[in-house]
Design a protein around this ligand. Structure first.
Ligand code: NDP
Length: 332
């Protein structure tokens, strides 16, 4: 099996030398094990945190071990009755072309109709669940709320805009890092308005976009300047789902905090940080509702696909630089 390992811990932006590609001889299957040929593996922002040797909500990756994470594929060899050959599965064994282990490490999934299996790495999977629970649990979305989401054209972001709408939000606003992404948001994804944060400081652009109406829920994927801008425009009793801070993940120096936290007091705002792991009790509800929306044709999606498992590191870094529309995946 071809696998990508963490060779050394990056400082700042990860580079080629932080990864190595290795060939691993797989042993014969033991009783109850399966072998899976991966179709797609996921590259996610949280992996950057795991490359650093610091305490967090997930264990750091070990240097010299294969990068783990979301992946989908099909069983090609099986000594387990639960997962016969051909079963499509989702698992967490990550950046490798062949994955092997006890059947319990793999979850059988339903083939999405007319769509690739890799949607289980995006809108039908962890990023979709993050969007759903961030809105319903962390932010306590109410009907008619105006929602602003940053990182709006990414995996979580594209899910947030659509799910907010489906749950009865009022206006849906977004920010992203290119004119093309802004068009995608206001076109295909039906956002009421969107801005390119690279055109001018987000703190200048957001008040104009939000207008008199303001913002009730801010879904924060970016942190830093975006959080600060949102605090300025949040209405009384506004809520922030603090989901990510990607503007800071590759920083080598401490980043400044918002200078307007007093807005929390003035407007009785609530900031709720969360990880999707906090809300796994809502996964079944999400799966049911999302599959229903999906089969009704009410869910749009985009994938940016990088070919070849050996290109996973490049896919990972270019995702953090904004090369993706929707979910970035590596096709094996
Ligand atoms: P995306 O698909 O959104 O990809 C990352 C995007 O971040 C890039 O495409 C880029 O888009 C944007 N970005 C990078 N740097 C900056 C910057 N300085 N300012 C603004 N935008 C930037 O990734 P995901 O959807 O997988 O993740 C989105 C966020 O959600 C991340 O912060 C991630 O850590 C978080 N997350 C949190 C989870 C949780 O449990 N709390 C679970 C999953 C994700 P652009 O071109 O617009 O700059």
């Amino acid at each position: 099996s071809t696998q990508i390992q963490l060779a050394s811990r990056p400082e700042g932006w990860p580079a080629d030398e932080n990864f190595s590609t290795v060939r691993v001889e797989l042993p014969d299957l033991a009783e109850g094990e399966v072998r899976v040929r991966n179709e797609a593996v996921s590259v996610d922002p949280y992996m950057r945190g795991r490359m650093t040797d610091a305490e967090s909500y997930v264990e750091p990756f070990a240097v010299g071990e294969t990068m783990t994470g979301g992946a989908v594929g099909r069983v090609v060899e099986s000594s387990s009755e639960d997962l016969p050959v051909g079963t499509p599965v989702l698992h967490q064994l990550g950046w490798r072309d062949l994955a092997q282990g006890p059947a319990e490490q793999f979850r059988a999934v339903r083939e999405p109709e007319g769509a690739p299996l890799s949607l289980y790495l995006g809108i039908l999977g962890m990023p979709g669940l993050t969007a759903y629970t961030g809105l319903t649990q962390a932010a306590g979305l109410r009907e008619g709320d105006t929602v602003f989401v940053s990182g709006a054209a990414g995996a979580v972001g594209t899910a947030v805009g659509q799910i907010a709408r489906l749950l009865g939000a009022g206006r849906v606003l977004g920010s992203a890092g290119s004119g093309e992404k802004v068009e995608l948001l206001t076109g295909k994804y039906g956002y009421d308005a969107a801005v390119n944060y690279k055109d001018a400081p987000i703190r200048e652009q957001l008040p104009e976009m939000a207008g008199e109406d303001g913002v009730d829920v801010y879904f924060d994927n970016v942190g830093g300047d975006h959080l600060e801008a949102a605090l300025d425009v949040l209405n009384r009793n506004g809520r922030v789902a603090v989901c990510g801070a990607i503007s800071q993940y590759n920083a080598t120096e401490a980043t400044p905090g918002p200078d307007n936290l007093a807005q929390l007091i003035k407007n009785s705002l609530r900031l709720q940080g969360f990880t999707v792991g906090d809300y796994l009790q809502h996964a079944e509800e999400f799966n049911r509702r999302m599959l229903e929306w999906f089969s009704e044709g009410r869910i749009a999606y985009d994938e940016t696909v990088v070919e070849g498992i050996e290109n996973a590191p490049e896919a990972f870094v270019s995702m953090m630089r904004g090369a993706n529309q929707g979910k970035m995946v590596v096709r094996v």
